[in-house]
Unconditional design. Structure first.
Length: 364
Protein backbone atom coordinates (compact mmCIF):
# COMPACT_ATOMS: atom_id res chain seq x y z
CA UNK A 1 0.00 0.00 0.00
CA UNK A 2 1.35 3.42 -0.98
CA UNK A 3 1.81 5.93 1.82
CA UNK A 4 0.93 9.58 1.32
CA UNK A 5 3.75 11.90 2.42
CA UNK A 6 3.73 15.71 2.46
CA UNK A 7 6.88 17.81 2.89
CA UNK A 8 6.41 21.46 3.87
CA UNK A 9 9.73 23.25 3.40
CA UNK A 10 11.16 20.95 0.73
CA UNK A 11 13.53 23.53 -0.78
CA UNK A 12 15.51 24.11 2.42
CA UNK A 13 18.51 22.06 3.58
CA UNK A 14 16.45 19.54 5.54
CA UNK A 15 13.89 19.19 2.76
CA UNK A 16 16.63 18.53 0.22
CA UNK A 17 18.21 15.97 2.53
CA UNK A 18 15.04 13.95 3.10
CA UNK A 19 14.13 14.06 -0.61
CA UNK A 20 17.54 12.66 -1.54
CA UNK A 21 17.09 9.90 1.04
CA UNK A 22 13.54 8.95 0.04
CA UNK A 23 14.48 8.87 -3.66
CA UNK A 24 17.45 6.59 -2.93
CA UNK A 25 15.17 4.26 -0.97
CA UNK A 26 12.38 4.32 -3.58
CA UNK A 27 9.89 6.06 -1.28
CA UNK A 28 7.36 8.15 -3.18
CA UNK A 29 6.50 11.67 -2.00
CA UNK A 30 2.96 12.88 -2.61
CA UNK A 31 3.39 16.65 -2.33
CA UNK A 32 6.13 19.22 -1.72
CA UNK A 33 5.75 22.83 -0.59
CA UNK A 34 8.31 25.62 -0.94
CA UNK A 35 8.32 29.27 0.01
CA UNK A 36 10.20 31.47 -2.49
CA UNK A 37 12.61 29.22 -4.41
CA UNK A 38 10.45 28.47 -7.45
CA UNK A 39 13.24 27.07 -9.62
CA UNK A 40 14.40 24.60 -6.95
CA UNK A 41 10.82 23.49 -6.28
CA UNK A 42 10.32 22.76 -10.00
CA UNK A 43 13.64 20.87 -10.15
CA UNK A 44 12.60 18.74 -7.16
CA UNK A 45 9.17 18.06 -8.63
CA UNK A 46 10.69 16.89 -11.92
CA UNK A 47 13.70 15.01 -10.53
CA UNK A 48 11.69 13.04 -7.96
CA UNK A 49 8.53 12.66 -10.07
CA UNK A 50 6.28 14.37 -7.51
CA UNK A 51 2.72 14.99 -8.63
CA UNK A 52 1.80 17.99 -6.47
CA UNK A 53 3.77 21.11 -5.50
CA UNK A 54 2.94 24.57 -4.16
CA UNK A 55 4.95 27.79 -3.78
CA UNK A 56 3.26 29.59 -0.91
CA UNK A 57 4.93 32.99 -1.41
CA UNK A 58 2.43 33.17 -4.28
CA UNK A 59 -0.91 34.18 -2.74
CA UNK A 60 -2.96 32.11 -5.21
CA UNK A 61 -0.85 29.00 -4.68
CA UNK A 62 -0.99 29.51 -0.92
CA UNK A 63 -4.79 29.49 -0.99
CA UNK A 64 -4.80 26.51 -3.36
CA UNK A 65 -2.52 24.63 -0.97
CA UNK A 66 -4.90 25.23 1.93
CA UNK A 67 -7.76 23.84 -0.18
CA UNK A 68 -5.59 20.86 -1.15
CA UNK A 69 -4.71 20.27 2.52
CA UNK A 70 -8.39 20.25 3.47
CA UNK A 71 -9.31 17.77 0.73
CA UNK A 72 -6.47 15.24 1.18
CA UNK A 73 -5.32 12.96 3.98
CA UNK A 74 -1.70 11.98 4.66
CA UNK A 75 0.14 9.29 6.56
CA UNK A 76 3.06 11.61 7.29
CA UNK A 77 3.72 15.33 7.11
CA UNK A 78 7.09 17.02 7.55
CA UNK A 79 7.16 20.63 8.79
CA UNK A 80 10.71 21.76 8.03
CA UNK A 81 10.45 25.50 7.49
CA UNK A 82 8.42 28.76 7.46
CA UNK A 83 8.63 29.44 11.22
CA UNK A 84 5.39 30.15 13.06
CA UNK A 85 3.63 30.71 9.69
CA UNK A 86 3.28 26.92 9.40
CA UNK A 87 0.98 26.91 12.42
CA UNK A 88 -1.93 27.68 10.11
CA UNK A 89 -1.20 24.60 7.97
CA UNK A 90 -0.79 22.29 10.96
CA UNK A 91 -4.10 23.57 12.31
CA UNK A 92 -5.80 22.50 9.05
CA UNK A 93 -3.90 19.19 9.01
CA UNK A 94 -4.96 18.23 12.54
CA UNK A 95 -8.62 18.91 11.75
CA UNK A 96 -8.51 16.66 8.68
CA UNK A 97 -6.17 13.81 9.71
CA UNK A 98 -6.21 11.20 12.45
CA UNK A 99 -3.57 8.61 13.38
CA UNK A 100 -1.02 10.34 11.17
CA UNK A 101 2.61 11.21 11.89
CA UNK A 102 3.53 14.88 12.33
CA UNK A 103 7.30 15.42 12.09
CA UNK A 104 8.37 18.95 13.08
CA UNK A 105 11.78 20.61 12.78
CA UNK A 106 10.27 24.03 13.30
CA UNK A 107 10.76 25.24 16.89
CA UNK A 108 8.96 28.55 16.26
CA UNK A 109 5.74 26.76 15.41
CA UNK A 110 5.91 24.53 18.50
CA UNK A 111 6.66 27.46 20.82
CA UNK A 112 3.92 29.60 19.30
CA UNK A 113 1.37 26.78 19.36
CA UNK A 114 2.21 25.81 22.94
CA UNK A 115 -0.22 23.66 24.91
CA UNK A 116 -3.07 24.48 22.53
CA UNK A 117 -1.23 22.92 19.58
CA UNK A 118 -0.04 19.86 21.52
CA UNK A 119 -3.55 19.21 22.84
CA UNK A 120 -4.91 19.52 19.30
CA UNK A 121 -2.37 16.96 18.01
CA UNK A 122 -3.27 14.59 20.85
CA UNK A 123 -7.02 14.96 20.27
CA UNK A 124 -6.48 14.12 16.59
CA UNK A 125 -4.59 11.00 17.72
CA UNK A 126 -1.69 12.10 15.56
CA UNK A 127 1.87 11.23 16.63
CA UNK A 128 4.27 14.14 17.03
CA UNK A 129 7.93 13.41 16.29
CA UNK A 130 10.13 16.45 17.03
CA UNK A 131 13.14 16.59 14.71
CA UNK A 132 15.37 19.00 16.64
CA UNK A 133 18.13 16.71 17.87
CA UNK A 134 17.58 17.42 21.58
CA UNK A 135 13.82 16.93 21.53
CA UNK A 136 14.13 13.95 19.22
CA UNK A 137 16.51 12.30 21.70
CA UNK A 138 13.94 12.75 24.49
CA UNK A 139 11.25 11.29 22.22
CA UNK A 140 13.45 8.20 21.89
CA UNK A 141 13.38 7.75 25.67
CA UNK A 142 9.56 7.57 25.77
CA UNK A 143 9.33 9.57 29.00
CA UNK A 144 6.47 9.87 31.49
CA UNK A 145 6.38 13.33 33.12
CA UNK A 146 5.55 12.00 36.57
CA UNK A 147 8.83 10.06 36.61
CA UNK A 148 11.09 13.01 35.71
CA UNK A 149 13.31 14.82 38.20
CA UNK A 150 15.44 16.82 35.74
CA UNK A 151 16.08 17.09 32.00
CA UNK A 152 19.23 18.51 30.44
CA UNK A 153 19.46 19.24 26.75
CA UNK A 154 22.93 19.95 25.41
CA UNK A 155 24.75 22.72 23.59
CA UNK A 156 27.84 22.24 21.44
CA UNK A 157 29.26 25.59 22.55
CA UNK A 158 28.92 27.16 19.12
CA UNK A 159 31.91 28.94 17.61
CA UNK A 160 32.99 30.80 20.78
CA UNK A 161 32.40 28.98 24.08
CA UNK A 162 35.54 26.86 24.11
CA UNK A 163 37.74 29.72 22.89
CA UNK A 164 38.06 31.24 26.36
CA UNK A 165 40.45 34.03 25.34
CA UNK A 166 38.18 35.41 22.64
CA UNK A 167 36.73 38.89 23.22
CA UNK A 168 33.08 38.72 22.12
CA UNK A 169 33.09 42.46 21.47
CA UNK A 170 35.49 41.91 18.59
CA UNK A 171 34.11 38.89 16.75
CA UNK A 172 33.33 39.16 13.03
CA UNK A 173 30.11 38.22 11.24
CA UNK A 174 31.97 35.37 9.52
CA UNK A 175 33.05 34.00 12.91
CA UNK A 176 29.50 34.24 14.29
CA UNK A 177 27.95 32.18 11.49
CA UNK A 178 30.74 29.55 11.36
CA UNK A 179 29.37 26.77 13.55
CA UNK A 180 32.01 24.07 14.20
CA UNK A 181 29.60 21.11 14.19
CA UNK A 182 26.40 21.86 12.30
CA UNK A 183 25.80 23.37 8.87
CA UNK A 184 23.04 25.80 9.80
CA UNK A 185 21.51 28.91 8.26
CA UNK A 186 22.54 32.42 9.33
CA UNK A 187 19.75 32.95 11.89
CA UNK A 188 20.24 29.61 13.62
CA UNK A 189 24.00 30.19 13.68
CA UNK A 190 23.56 33.56 15.40
CA UNK A 191 21.26 31.97 17.99
CA UNK A 192 23.75 29.17 18.58
CA UNK A 193 26.70 31.55 18.99
CA UNK A 194 25.07 33.45 21.89
CA UNK A 195 23.10 30.46 23.30
CA UNK A 196 19.72 32.01 22.56
CA UNK A 197 18.83 28.80 20.75
CA UNK A 198 18.95 26.99 24.11
CA UNK A 199 16.29 29.28 25.57
CA UNK A 200 14.07 28.64 22.54
CA UNK A 201 14.73 24.89 22.74
CA UNK A 202 13.75 24.83 26.41
CA UNK A 203 10.50 26.63 25.52
CA UNK A 204 10.00 24.08 22.74
CA UNK A 205 10.65 21.17 25.11
CA UNK A 206 8.15 22.53 27.62
CA UNK A 207 5.54 22.82 24.85
CA UNK A 208 6.08 19.30 23.49
CA UNK A 209 6.31 17.39 26.76
CA UNK A 210 4.31 19.80 28.95
CA UNK A 211 6.87 19.49 31.72
CA UNK A 212 7.62 22.04 34.46
CA UNK A 213 10.16 24.40 32.89
CA UNK A 214 12.03 24.60 36.22
CA UNK A 215 13.06 20.99 35.67
CA UNK A 216 14.86 21.82 32.41
CA UNK A 217 18.35 23.19 31.80
CA UNK A 218 21.30 22.58 29.49
CA UNK A 219 24.88 21.34 29.61
CA UNK A 220 27.81 21.62 27.19
CA UNK A 221 28.69 18.65 24.99
CA UNK A 222 31.67 19.75 22.92
CA UNK A 223 31.48 16.70 20.67
CA UNK A 224 27.72 17.28 20.15
CA UNK A 225 27.18 13.51 20.44
CA UNK A 226 25.10 13.68 23.63
CA UNK A 227 21.75 15.34 22.99
CA UNK A 228 19.82 14.89 26.23
CA UNK A 229 20.18 13.62 29.80
CA UNK A 230 17.09 12.58 31.73
CA UNK A 231 17.30 12.11 35.50
CA UNK A 232 14.41 10.10 36.91
CA UNK A 233 12.92 10.27 40.40
CA UNK A 234 14.17 6.74 40.94
CA UNK A 235 17.77 7.94 40.60
CA UNK A 236 18.43 6.29 37.24
CA UNK A 237 19.70 8.36 34.31
CA UNK A 238 19.09 8.06 30.56
CA UNK A 239 21.63 9.58 28.17
CA UNK A 240 20.66 9.66 24.51
CA UNK A 241 23.42 10.22 21.98
CA UNK A 242 23.95 9.96 18.24
CA UNK A 243 26.14 11.34 15.48
CA UNK A 244 25.92 14.88 14.13
CA UNK A 245 23.74 13.89 11.22
CA UNK A 246 20.20 15.23 10.79
CA UNK A 247 19.38 12.23 8.62
CA UNK A 248 19.07 10.24 11.86
CA UNK A 249 16.13 12.36 12.98
CA UNK A 250 14.67 12.88 9.50
CA UNK A 251 14.43 9.17 8.71
CA UNK A 252 12.81 8.25 12.05
CA UNK A 253 9.23 9.13 10.98
CA UNK A 254 9.69 6.95 7.90
CA UNK A 255 10.61 4.01 10.14
CA UNK A 256 7.00 4.02 11.38
CA UNK A 257 5.81 3.45 7.80
CA UNK A 258 8.56 1.49 6.05
CA UNK A 259 11.10 -1.24 6.75
CA UNK A 260 14.35 0.75 6.36
CA UNK A 261 17.94 -0.41 6.44
CA UNK A 262 19.68 0.32 9.79
CA UNK A 263 21.64 3.57 10.02
CA UNK A 264 25.37 2.93 9.48
CA UNK A 265 26.93 4.64 12.52
CA UNK A 266 30.66 5.19 12.98
CA UNK A 267 32.38 3.16 15.73
CA UNK A 268 34.54 6.07 16.92
CA UNK A 269 31.30 7.69 17.99
CA UNK A 270 31.46 5.52 21.13
CA UNK A 271 34.78 7.01 22.30
CA UNK A 272 34.56 8.16 25.93
CA UNK A 273 36.14 11.48 24.98
CA UNK A 274 32.96 12.23 23.03
CA UNK A 275 30.77 11.74 26.11
CA UNK A 276 32.19 14.56 28.26
CA UNK A 277 29.76 17.15 29.67
CA UNK A 278 30.34 20.59 31.17
CA UNK A 279 28.20 23.16 32.98
CA UNK A 280 27.47 26.50 31.32
CA UNK A 281 29.33 29.03 33.48
CA UNK A 282 30.95 31.54 31.11
CA UNK A 283 29.98 35.09 32.08
CA UNK A 284 31.24 36.46 28.74
CA UNK A 285 27.83 35.41 27.41
CA UNK A 286 25.20 37.91 28.49
CA UNK A 287 22.46 35.30 28.45
CA UNK A 288 24.11 33.70 31.51
CA UNK A 289 22.80 36.32 33.94
CA UNK A 290 19.33 36.47 32.32
CA UNK A 291 18.72 32.71 32.18
CA UNK A 292 16.27 32.48 35.12
CA UNK A 293 14.35 35.56 33.97
CA UNK A 294 13.88 34.15 30.47
CA UNK A 295 12.59 30.86 31.86
CA UNK A 296 9.98 32.78 33.88
CA UNK A 297 8.21 34.15 30.77
CA UNK A 298 4.74 32.83 30.01
CA UNK A 299 3.47 31.56 26.63
CA UNK A 300 2.58 34.95 25.07
CA UNK A 301 5.85 36.46 26.30
CA UNK A 302 7.81 33.58 24.77
CA UNK A 303 6.15 34.33 21.42
CA UNK A 304 7.04 38.02 21.80
CA UNK A 305 10.62 37.05 22.63
CA UNK A 306 10.87 35.09 19.36
CA UNK A 307 9.67 38.08 17.35
CA UNK A 308 12.09 40.44 19.15
CA UNK A 309 14.92 37.99 18.57
CA UNK A 310 14.12 37.95 14.84
CA UNK A 311 14.27 41.76 14.85
CA UNK A 312 17.62 41.73 16.68
CA UNK A 313 19.04 39.27 14.14
CA UNK A 314 17.94 41.48 11.24
CA UNK A 315 19.51 44.53 12.83
CA UNK A 316 22.77 42.67 13.43
CA UNK A 317 22.86 41.30 9.87
CA UNK A 318 22.16 44.79 8.48
CA UNK A 319 24.86 46.35 10.66
CA UNK A 320 22.62 48.49 12.90
CA UNK A 321 23.24 46.41 16.05
CA UNK A 322 26.55 45.17 17.43
CA UNK A 323 26.89 41.43 18.08
CA UNK A 324 27.61 41.90 21.79
CA UNK A 325 24.47 44.07 22.15
CA UNK A 326 22.00 41.52 20.74
CA UNK A 327 21.02 39.99 24.10
CA UNK A 328 20.80 43.42 25.81
CA UNK A 329 18.49 44.62 23.02
CA UNK A 330 16.20 41.60 23.44
CA UNK A 331 16.09 41.76 27.24
CA UNK A 332 15.36 45.49 27.25
CA UNK A 333 12.32 44.93 25.01
CA UNK A 334 10.94 41.74 26.52
CA UNK A 335 11.11 42.92 30.15
CA UNK A 336 8.27 45.32 29.31
CA UNK A 337 6.16 42.50 27.87
CA UNK A 338 2.81 41.87 29.57
CA UNK A 339 1.35 38.33 29.73
CA UNK A 340 -1.70 37.72 27.57
CA UNK A 341 -4.14 34.82 27.54
CA UNK A 342 -4.28 33.07 24.17
CA UNK A 343 -7.09 30.52 23.84
CA UNK A 344 -6.94 29.29 20.24
CA UNK A 345 -4.67 28.88 17.23
CA UNK A 346 -6.58 31.71 15.57
CA UNK A 347 -5.79 34.05 18.49
CA UNK A 348 -2.14 33.00 18.43
CA UNK A 349 -1.81 33.72 14.70
CA UNK A 350 -3.51 37.10 15.15
CA UNK A 351 -1.19 37.94 18.06
CA UNK A 352 1.89 37.03 15.99
CA UNK A 353 0.79 39.34 13.16
CA UNK A 354 0.25 42.17 15.65
CA UNK A 355 3.75 41.66 17.10
CA UNK A 356 5.32 41.63 13.63
CA UNK A 357 3.85 45.05 12.96
CA UNK A 358 5.06 46.40 16.33
CA UNK A 359 8.55 44.96 15.88
CA UNK A 360 8.95 45.76 12.20
CA UNK A 361 12.58 46.73 11.51
CA UNK A 362 11.63 50.12 10.09
CA UNK A 363 10.24 51.09 13.53
CA UNK A 364 13.66 50.63 15.10
Amino acid sequence: MNKKILIIGSTGKLGSKILTYTHKNKIRITCIVGFKNKSKLLIQKTRYNIKNSFLISNITEKENFKIYLKKNKFDLVYFLDFGSNSLEYLNIFNKNNKNSIVAIANKEMLIAGGDILINQINLSKNTLIPLDSEHFSIFNCNIENKDINKIFITASGGPFYFNKKLDLKKVSFKQVISHPKWNMGINNSIDSSNFFNKILEIYELRSIYQIDIKKVSFLLSRSAYIHSIIIYNSGSISINCFENDMLITLRRPLEFLFNLKPYNYKKQFLSLSNLKLEEFNDTRFKLYKHFKFLLSLNHSQQIELMIINNLAQKKYINGTLEYNDIVDFIIEKVKHSKPKKLNSIKQILSYIEKLRIIYDEKNF
